[in-house]
Design a protein. Structure first.
Ligand code: SF4
Ligand code: SF4
Ligand code: FES
Lengths: 247, 268
């Protein structure tokens, strides 16, 4: 008989639910999303899961496997089978559940719409040098899986959605702020509205990002430093004043 | 098995957005004990133990001694000797120890570590926290961490003196020589240099704050410096730990020499 693995999959909706066990035959190279599909095909046709590319590119299949926010299509089952631990699959905790593994992530899209967009210094096309956009391109790798939003304790545990935009949008703001051709000034916005001060740089966002974006080190901390330039550094303030008054 | 209840939902964003708990906050979809990484507590506990022991030893060394000097070796806790400049002879180390203390306390890496280990905010990723008020770094005193750069400036001055100490550790009454203490002090200066100059505020200062490195023509020296500091910065946490343990060890070594418990090994 083929080797099998038991998946405990969360079944429920906004009224409640529980984890249910499903036994799935193990295939070489199988990922959790394969197993969930097998369950859908053979055991529970009404099991809800969101996915598109199965290649870690669309960011749809975000969920939590054994307590860790991950892409279902990028999480291999053999790592659990090897350790002999049961596999638990749950929806992202930070977002309202729709059904089973599917959550409502629309809050993120509403946040995105609040961010002042790119404001080019001069009309395109313009020349950019690679060294000037390296930083920005790191953030462009984002696939909007929102796993970082899910793990961020400011949103997940303290429910401060009112005050803090979350790590994905710190990366987005950094991408705009550091863009060599952007003329916008978002430092006040980053402090007041996006709430960068709510982040306590504990790095969980960077730990779960499937695109390995260094969100904390390369986006949030540099933004905190820009805020400090403006609001906490009287020496820089003097410089700015001189620059303004200089002919 | 964990029963789940309804979840909070949020309408609107930012100021004026509302997050309403649809029913009583559910025990619900918190990760069940069985599914969370079972050894998540090891890191915070180890951090608490290491930091506490370091702080206790440092406090003892700084508060209960009037000198850290053993011939040409000077303990990093007592350098620079601000006490001598000011003519203060009782617990002179207090006059300088606050600089590295505040530099480390406001360091972005140490902040990560103590928020996790001491505040349990969060103790580890995706681990449930105690429900309580959280303000991040938006309120006094934690908002003062924004002053990190000023402690960096002071810490750079201290590092210059540590290099002076390292050089003097090779100059014995009979001329140039190498003792175990000389090497320990040299490594101490190197590690503290790496830690200090891999600082996030320094990375920002040298070039991170610019939006364009080549808009005025060729890439500037600041670009090259920023690249270099960014490289060091990737290991900032490592330098933070190693340099902390090394300062500690150096302090202990010089203290034991002064107390006559051990003798310095002279290589030549
Ligand atoms: S580093 Fe900041 S944004 Fe990232 S998970 Fe931690 S608190 Fe959230
Ligand atoms: S930053 Fe990383 S974790 Fe966050 S949404 Fe983008 S890809 Fe996902
Ligand atoms: S299905 Fe597209 S990222 Fe997983």
């Amino acid at each position: 008989m083929a080797e099998t693995v038991t998946l405990w999959v969360y079944r429920g909706d906004q009224h409640g639910g529980e984890e249910k066990p499903y036994e799935v035959p193990l295939m070489p190279g199988m990922v959790v999303l394969d197993a969930v599909h097998w369950i859908q095909a053979h055991l529970a046709p009404d099991l809800a899961v969101r996915w598109n590319c199965k290649a870690a590119h669309c960011g749809s299949c975000s969920a939590e496997v054994n307590g860790r926010p991950r892409l279902l299509c990028k999480t291999r089952l053999d790592e659990f089978v090897k350790e002999g631990v049961p596999v638990h699959v749950r929806p992202m905790k930070t977002f309202p559940i729709i059904k089973d593994l599917v959550t409502d992530v629309s809050w993120n899209y509403r946040v995105m719409r609040q961010i002042p967009p790119f404001q080019p210094r001069e009309p395109a096309p313009f020349t950019l040098y690679q060294r000037d956009v390296d930083r920005v391109q790191e953030f462009r790798r984002c696939i909007e899986c929102f796993l970082c939003q899910d793990v961020c304790h400011v949103l997940r545990e303290h429910h401060e959605q009112e005050h803090y935009f979350g790590p994905r949008f710190m990366a987005r703001l950094a991408e705009l702020e550091m863009h060599p051709m952007d003329a916008g000034d978002r430092v006040g916005f980053i402090r007041e509205t996006a709430g960068v001060g709510w982040c306590n740089i504990t790095h969980c966002c960077a730990e779960v990002c499937p695109e390995a974006i260094e969100i904390t080190n390369n986006a949030i901390i540099p933004l905190k430093e820009r805020v400090a330039d403006r609001y906490w550094d009287p020496i820089r303030g003097l410089f700015r004043r001189f620059q303004k008054t200089a002919p | 098995m964990v029963k789940a209840g309804p979840l909070r939902s949020c309408q609107g964003v930012g100021k004026g957005g509302v997050c309403v708990a649809q029913a009583a906050e559910p025990e619900a979809r918190t990760v069940s004990k069985a599914t969370a990484e079972p050894r998540w507590w090891v890191e915070p506990v180890a951090t608490v133990v290491a930091f506490s022991l370091f702080v206790l030893y440092s406090a003892w060394d700084v508060l209960f001694h009037n000198t850290g000097q053993y011939h040409n070796y000077i303990s990093p806790y007592f350098s620079p000797n601000v006490g001598a400049w000011l003519g203060v002879h009782a617990v002179p180390a207090v006059l300088v120890a606050w600089v590295p203390l505040f530099f480390r306390a406001s360091c972005y890496y140490y902040r990560r570590e103590y928020y996790r280990a001491f505040f349990w905010d969060p103790p580890a990723c995706a681990i449930a926290e105690r429900p309580r008020r959280y303000r991040g770094e938006t309120r006094v005193p934690l908002v003062w961490n924004n002053l990190h750069r000023f402690f960096l400036y002071l810490a750079i001055i201290v590092v210059i003196f540590l290099w002076k100490d390292a050089v003097e550790a090779f100059i014995f009454p009979n001329g140039f020589g190498v003792g175990l203490g000389s090497l320990i002090l040299l490594v101490n200066a190197i590690l503290l240099t790496l830690y200090t100059f891999s600082c996030h505020a320094f990375r920002h200062l040298v070039g991170g704050g610019l939006d364009c490195f080549s808009c005025r023509g060729r890439p500037t020296a600041r670009y090259r410096l920023w690249r270099r500091v960014s490289e060091w910065n990737r290991h900032h946490g490592l330098w933070a730990w190693v340099s902390m343990f090394w300062v500690w060890g150096t302090g202990v070594y010089v203290r034991l020499l002064i107390m006559g418990v051990i003798h310095d090994v002279r290589f030549f």
